[in-house]
Design a protein around this ligand. Structure first.
Ligand SMILES: [Zn+2]
Length: 282
């Protein structure tokens, strides 16, 4: 009987697998379309099928918003210090080393002086690749220095936000950055210099509760998640269901929290136009 079940021939060979190198394709988080990574970067990280805006590295924002080779970076080597000796699953000091290696950045923001359609600007761009764009002492200090430079050089300030909120590993030192940057922005306002805040996906937590919402103009990229506390926390607090689209850029625009939504690829001409209106002529 057992002979009936004996395999006589060679086993069938499975179809030869085509090797696809890791990290070549990415699935769109919004429409599920499969996108070629290189092509996606060429499209400024915007899904060609549905327009979803993926994260864009800080370096790409400089290329997107500023004139070619027109910028100089400041404070590129400023790094965080583990003042509290904080440890969660990892020591904060080790976490800093890990993210510096992984992202090639010294912290979650990069600040430059540059030119946008030949108009001088101070531009600070947050980068989600470093600890989820969390705001600690370095981010606060670098923005404050950008504001000082803007006042010194009489130029407008643009901040591109992309952040999960304050950096809990720095405790109160991180929370103090909200007040520090907000106060510095008052000095910019007193100097009658414009501050344009650009909110990208996501801009949440204390970042929204401070500088990201303090722009003379608050502009968002389409579909960005913008909010202070997460929807689950709010739902529990108010004991009510939240309306559809809650905390999306589109919802916030409808309810007067944003001035406009601008597609990433239209951002430079839009900013150029706004700066011409906001900046007094010579
Ligand atoms: Zn898509």
């Amino acid at each position: 009987m057992a002979a009936w079940f004996k395999r006589s021939g060679k086993p069938l060979k499975s179809e030869q697998r085509r090797d696809i190198p890791d990290g070549v394709w990415i699935k769109c988080k919004s429409c599920g379309d499969t996108l070629f990574k290189t092509e996606l970067m060429r499209q400024k990280q915007i899904c060609k099928s549905c327009g979803y805006h993926f994260l864009l590295p800080s370096e790409e924002y400089f290329k997107l918003l500023l004139d070619l080779d027109s910028w100089t970076e400041h404070d590129a080597k400023v790094t965080s210090v583990d003042t509290l000796g904080f440890k969660d699953t990892l020591k904060y000091s080790d976490r800093i080393v890990k993210y510096t290696k992984k992202s090639g950045l010294s912290d979650a923001i990069r600040c430059v002086s540059g030119r946008l359609d030949d108009k001088p600007v101070e531009l600070a761009v947050m980068d989600f690749a470093f600890m989820g764009g969390s705001v600690g002492s370095v981010v606060g200090e670098k923005i404050s220095r950008s504001i000082k430079r803007a006042i010194q050089n009489k130029t407008p300030l643009i901040i591109v936000s992309c952040s999960g909120g304050m950096r809990m590993q720095e405790g109160i030192f991180s929370l103090m950055q909200m007040a520090k940057v907000s106060t510095a922005l008052v000095t910019l306002s007193r100097a009658k210099l414009p501050f344009i805040s650009i909110l990208t996906n996501p801009t949440t937590g204390g970042t929204t509760a401070s500088f990201s919402m303090l722009g003379d103009l608050n502009i968002s990229e389409p579909g960005a998640l913008i909010g202070f506390a997460g929807p689950r926390v709010i739902k529990q607090t108010i004991g009510q269901d939240l309306p559809p689209g809650f905390q999306s850029a589109e919802f916030l625009l409808d309810h007067g929290f944003l001035d406009m939504i601008v597609k990433r690829t239209d951002m430079k001409p839009k900013l150029s136009n706004l700066l011409s209106i906001l900046t007094p002529r010579e």
